[in-house]
Design a protein around this ligand. Structure first.
Ligand code: HEM
Length: 396
């Protein structure tokens, strides 16, 4: 038996200091030591990123438990499905999954399109700020038919956009107000809203609150990166090519850059025994940038998604039974919004701001863009809207 390698650690605090200041640098250093490496955080942790590791961690809900993992440290995610273990987890997913299936969501596209058209940017704008406001409005409409007061929704979600520790602070008064508003929204949920899915469940208010939080900054930050790259790849705004753009954005900027579990029993992987109670992590960020899985992994190249993706090597929404409940909703929002830019021209007006890994992966500074009318469109050379709805290819 052997141990997993570990990046250089400080004597007393181990890797905790660097985890707080430069988590991406720390895991990148670890990844150069091996496809599984260990960290000394507030408890012993093991990080892996190979397809075999992802299959192990994500394929067995009984051994790799969610409760006690990092998600539970944030009040925004400590509840609902995220805190539910097997076998109850499967029962709740069976109730919710049908409402979040791509066929059930298809009817929502015109509404997303209408909201986006109303709010298209003009002139200079920061893609993160614009995307956050748009995604909030879209979620408000799709989930609740706008029955939650806009100011309350904004206040509830705002900490998720801020740097750590904001998303981890408790806000009991705000959460109580949000729960009351959600209770009302769920009790009066119209048949065409997603809230209807949660009202059928015991603990539906908490479930809807967690889903809303899980939906918001993940989708908003992904959309912001997508627009940043759309500026350099305008030909991908057409309905047939926009899915490639979305998948490549999810690959290079996986909002859920790190997922965590706690081992319920000892596990052996690669000849090393991982004791029960260890914090184990999978990392879409490292998997998606692994040069053994992806050619030129740091280059943004949407066309690579014309080919099949490596099994367990593309996991922006995790995988297995705990795969993201909103994966198809997120894809629908991203594709629909991106396609609305087909007749517009985006230009970068600032440098790439670098990455910040907080509760999600976001831009470390403004994603400065300018949006103008597109000269091609006025000459009638581009007309994406003539193509009708975007839909989903069978593989997504
Ligand atoms: C681009 C956008 C999104 C990304 C990248 C993303 C990513 C993820 C990931 C990686 C997980 C697994 C976390 C883990 O267990 O380790 C997850 C879970 C989850 N996501 Fe998303 N998500 C996105 C959008 C959404 C949306 C729109 C919803 C709305 C319903 C949503 C709701 C959830 C829920 C409820 C879970 C917990 C599932 C469970 O434990 O069974 N997410 N998401």
């Amino acid at each position: 038996m052997r141990d997993y390698p570990a990046p250089h650690a400080q004597r007393l605090v181990g890797h905790l200091g660097r985890w707080g200041t430069d988590p991406l640098g720390l895991i990148e250093e670890g990844s150069r030591l091996g496809s599984v490496f260990s960290l000394r955080l507030w408890r012993s942790a093991v990080v892996g990123y190979s397809p075999d590791w992802n299959r192990l961690i994500l394929g067995d809900l009984s051994t790799f438990r969610s409760r006690g993992s990092m998600s539970g440290l944030s009040p925004y995610l400590a509840g609902g499905l995220v805190r539910t273990e097997a076998p109850e987890h499967r029962r709740r997913r069976q109730v919710l999954n049908p409402s979040f299936h791509r066929t059930a969501l298809a009817d929502l596209e015109p509404r997303i399109r209408a909201i986006t058209r109303d709010r298209l940017p003009r002139g200079d704008f920061d893609a993160t700020a614009w995307s956050s406001a748009l995604v909030r409005d879209v979620l408000s409409a799709l989930f609740f038919d706008d029955t939650i007061p806009a100011a309350l929704l904004q206040r509830f979600l705002a900490p998720l956009d801020r740097a750590l520790p904001a998303p981890f602070l408790r806000r009991p008064w705000l959460f109580r107000r949000m729960n009351r508003a959600l209770g009302h929204a769920l009790a009066h949920a119209g048949p065409t809203t997603l809230a209807g899915a949660f009202s059928a469940l015991p603990g539906g208010i908490e479930e809807a609150r967690v889903a809303l939080a899980a939906a918001y900054d993940t989708t908003a930050h992904t959309l912001a990166w997508l627009l940043w790259h759309l500026a350099e790849h305008p030909s991908f705004a057409t309905p047939d090519r926009v899915p490639l753009l979305v998948e490549e954005t999810l690959r290079l900027y996986p909002a859920g850059w790190m997922g965590t579990r706690i081992t319920a029993t000892p596990v052996t992987f690669d000849d090393v025994v991982i004791p029960s109670g260890t914090l184990v992590m999978y990392s879409p960020y490292l998997t998606h940038r692994d040069p053994t899985l992806w050619t030129d992994p740091t280059v943004f190249r949407p066309d690579r998604f014309s080919d099949p993706v490596p099994a367990w090597g593309f996991i922006p929404f995790a995988a297995g039974e705990r795969t993201c409940l909103g994966a198809q909703l997120a894809r629908l929002m991203l594709r629909t919004v991106a396609a609305e830019f087909a007749d517009l021209s985006l230009t970068r007006t600032g440098p790439h701001p670098g990455l910040r890994a907080g509760i999600t992966l976001t831009a470390a500074g403004p994603l400065a863009l300018r949006c103008d009318g597109n000269p091609l469109a006025t000459k009638g050379l581009l007309n994406s809207r003539a193509h009708g709805p975007i839909g989903f290819p069978a593989s997504s």
